[in-house]
Design a protein around this ligand. Structure first.
Ligand code: UD1
Length: 428
């Protein structure tokens, strides 16, 4: 497994453009199964999760090329509603294919994505939403078969604004007969992006970005070319990295409105931020201030995906901060690793109490999931001495060559890939 080696203590500095959003690109690729023909999707980052999604689409009979950051996907010859178990296990987001495959083939065969490193991650809301549209669901072991001769519009009231369930139901409803209304829908920007993509192909959806989404079913869609929004979590990662290293960075191709809760938090910590159109400038010269309480919640509140990253900044703050995680129960795995770097954090149930220290020290640490891994990289950049981050494949799920991105901002970071005789060689 690859490792990242970081020589810390150097402020980040420079200008960089943000990659397209993984969490928007994945449902957009899945939604392409609703159309017959060739779609072109721009600003699709080169990531492990995207590769897995494209491999699933190829297994289903599509032709897919990912050249630069553009995906050209021809769904004409798609013939199978069976998502292979091996690929399904590689990425939970393959569950997004349920709605589109059900709409296209009248049936879909998937497998329980199962538990994952950050918590249980149930799919009951996806299933009850599809049932409301007329699907019957059979579960046998960890296999799920969903069938519907015909999908019909319905009123779906989500008991929790699940991002994935909102997207799955939206996709299934696009070709259903009649009107579907999703209430208590998730409001994340990625859902608006999915709406815009589907509407560009002829769907009739309004309301994404609010808690009520209405979909008027249409007969068919027409292929289009579409550009994915910038990744707000990568944006946030670099904003925190700049703040934690007391650096100065300019981020281009961003949408400041999508990270407004983070901007608010960082300003409270004393970080200087200016935002203008699609540019965010972050400047940090002083020790961050502690923040009394941050609670992760559905958008537009503070996102769970930035919890571990902001925690790194708070480990260096002047005073005690509290971080409460309300979305995923297993999302404090980075705490033990940060403690090995000198952080002073106590966890009680779903709250972390962070007493700021004057510095972190380099150590060998392990990425346990995507955002925990990114947080350890940021901690390594801010720490004194050398940090080795192991299990980098988790980070590769969401960041397009994180070491190249950070090197361009002046970081001292290299990736080491083990060779068969156990000697590690640097490769960038
Ligand atoms: C998406 C994001 C992920 C982010 C999360 C929350 C993608 C690919 N991933 O994940 O990065 O951290 O939103 O912002 O977009 N739940 C149920 N039943 C369900 C579905 C969800 O109980 O059927 C619960 C989950 O266990 C979790 C909470 O709802 O506690 C949030 O999950 P959800 O919003 O669905 O997240 P994902 O779509 O999986």
């Amino acid at each position: 497994m690859d490792k990242l080696v970081i020589e810390g203590g150097k402020p980040l500095s420079g200008t960089i453009a943000i990659q397209g959003a993984k969490n928007a690109a994945l449902p957009i690729l899945a939604a392409s199964m609703l159309v017959c023909g060739t779609v072109t999707i721009d600003s699709v980052p080169k990531l492990l999760d995207i590769e897995v999604m494209l491999n699933i689409l190829r297994e289903l009979g599509c032709k897919a090329d990912h050249i630069g950051d553009t995906v050209v996907l021809d769904t004409t010859l798609a013939h199978s509603p069976h998502v292979p178990e091996t690929l399904m296990r590689q990425m939970r987001s393959s569950i997004f294919l349920m709605g589109p495959l059900l709409a296209r083939f009248g049936e879909v065969h998937v497998y329980q994505p199962g538990g994952c490193a950050i918590g249980e991650r149930k799919i009951d809301l996806h299933l009850t939403g599809l049932q409301a549209l007329g699907a019957t669901i059979m579960e046998s072991g960890n296999r799920i078969i969903c069938k519907a001769d015909k999908l019909t519009g319905a009123e779906v009231n989500l008991s929790f604004p699940s991002v994935g369930a909102t997207e799955n139901i939206m996709m299934a409803a696009v070709l259903a007969e009649g009107r579907t209304t999703i209430s208590n829908a998730a409001r994340e920007p990625e859902i608006q992006d999915l709406q815009n993509y589907l509407n560009a192909m002829g769907a009739r959806i309004i309301g994404a970005g609010t808690d009520t989404i209405t979909i008027e079913g249409v007969e068919s869609l027409t292929p289009c070319r579409y550009k994915v929004i910038p990744d707000r979590i990568v944006t946030g990662t670099l904003m925190v990295a700049a703040a934690a290293t007391r650096g100065h960075v300019v981020l281009q191709n961003t949408n400041p409105a999508h990270v407004s809760s983070l901007i608010h938090v960082l300003r409270r910590a004393g970080v200087q931020i200016t935002a203008d159109d699609d540019i965010i400038k972050v400047n940090s010269i002083a020790r961050p201030k502690a923040i009394e309480r941050i609670v992760t919640s559905p958008y537009p509140a503070f996102p769970t995906d930035l919890q571990s990253l902001v925690m790194v900044l708070l480990t260096l703050a002047d005073g005690v901060s509290i971080m409460k995680e309300t979305i995923f129960e297993g999302r404090f795995k980075h705490v033990g690793e940060l403690s090995r770097m000198g952080a002073d954090i106590r966890v009680d149930m779903n709250a972390a109490f962070i007493r700021g220290v004057s510095r972190l020290y380099g150590a060998t640490v392990e990425a346990t999931d995507l955002r925990a891994g990114a947080a350890l990289v940021v901690a390594g950049l801010a720490a004194q001495g050398r940090t080795v981050v192991e299990q980098v494949h988790h980070i590769d799920r969401g960041y397009d060559q994180i070491e190249h991105m950070l090197t361009r901002l002046g970081a001292r970071i290299s990736r080491y890939t083990p060779v068969p005789d156990d000697r590690a060689v640097p490769n960038g």
